[in-house]
Design a protein around this ligand. Structure first.
Ligand code: A3P
Length: 305
């Protein structure tokens, strides 16, 4: 009876309608074949919570010696962050293919949207590092709504109203499971094993990205040296990966990313990049409803809404 998310097939998970089949097929294949290394770093997010940004920050941080952030020929000028750090389920384990990931140099960088409990067990067991980003559910929803409507327009479908998608979202119908379960899954993993799972909030990153770039570097064992600090390397990475800079790059304006769900213009990963845009789109009742669910679901977890 509920309207499924418009761009991915859904199936029933333990807590309501959940992940699309594709990621799960990806996860199953990955489970059988994915030989994770302790040095691997996996970005985990819900769609529209800042994946593109954290991919850019991680890639730029890890590769800063080979590709200084202020170099005119930085890879971001020609390829987007989604091709620098690929999704396991959308780009690597797709259409029954098993990619050869053995040749990739350490540390290998991957990304996923699947919930923590659905991560390939090889990944969790390997001790590899996981970087999670969560975002205010109201902004996450509004961002998802705009993105979904772009897909609908491409398919010749009518746009969905914000209130319709909010209803679906509150019922837990979303491509990778209910928002709250996704966030709590990674939060609990972070609390249990902070050295393995790092937890970021989009809003905090917006306040002071440099602090979080340092956290990221330390977490992956690539702390900035005193010399790098003095040379402004952290700030250069923040500038390189900032919304205002990335939205103007050729790789964003003209580039595309091949995902198993279709080809996506890199520009569609950039919209406003602000905190609180939900106020422009959601009714006060809807906002209160989401806040109430968040408060109830996060209660006692140590995660404040
Ligand atoms: P908005 O739709 O609110 O603007 P994802 O990368 O997970 O698909 O998330 C996309 C959201 O992150 C979009 O949010 C997009 O504008 C924002 N975003 C993309 N790149 C960003 C950056 N470098 N800094 C901040 N926000 C960014």
């Amino acid at each position: 009876s509920s309207e499924p998310m418009p761009f991915l097939p859904l199936y029933r998970h333990n807590k309501g309608w959940c992940c699309s089949l594709m990621p799960m097929v990806g996860a199953v294949v990955a489970d059988a074949r994915f030989a994770a290394r302790p040095s691997d770093i996996i970005i985990a997010t819900l769609p529209k919570s800042g994946t593109t940004w954290i991919k850019a920050l991680l890639y730029a941080t890890v590769n800063r010696r080979e590709h200084p952030a202020d170099a005119a020929d930085h890879p971001f000028n020609s390829i987007g962050p989604h091709d620098c750090v690929k999704f396991l389920e959308y780009q690597l384990y797709t259409n029954n293919s098993v990619p050869d990931l053995d040749r990739l140099p350490d540390p290998r960088l991957f990304a996923t949207h699947v919930p923590f409990t659905s991560l390939p067990s090889a990944a969790a067991a390997s001790g590899c590092k996981v970087v999670y980003v969560c975002r205010d559910p109201k902004d996450n929803l509004v961002s998802l709504w705009h993105f979904a409507n772009k897909f609908r327009a491409r398919e010749g479908q009518e746009p969905m109203s914000a209130e319709t998608i909010a209803e679906v979202f509150c019922r837990g119908v979303s491509p990778f499971g209910p928002y709250w379960d996704h966030v709590l899954g990674y939060w609990d993993a972070h609390v249990a094993r902070p050295e393995q799972v790092l937890f970021f909030r989009y809003e905090e990153m917006k306040l002071d990205a440099a602090v979080h770039v340092r956290r990221l570097a330390e977490f992956v064992g690539l702390q900035f040296s005193a010399e790098e600090e003095e040379g402004g390397v952290v700030e250069a990475i923040v500038r390189l990966c900032s919304f205002d800079h990335m939205i103007g790059l050729e790789a964003t304006k003209g580039g595309k990313t091949e995902l198993v769900v279709g080809t996506v213009a890199n520009s569609s990963f950039f919209r406003r990049g602000q905190v609180g845009d939900w106020e422009n789109h959601l009714s006060p009742e809807t906002a209160r409803r989401i806040d109430a669910i968040t408060e109830a679901r996060f209660k006692g977890s140590g995660l404040c809404s």
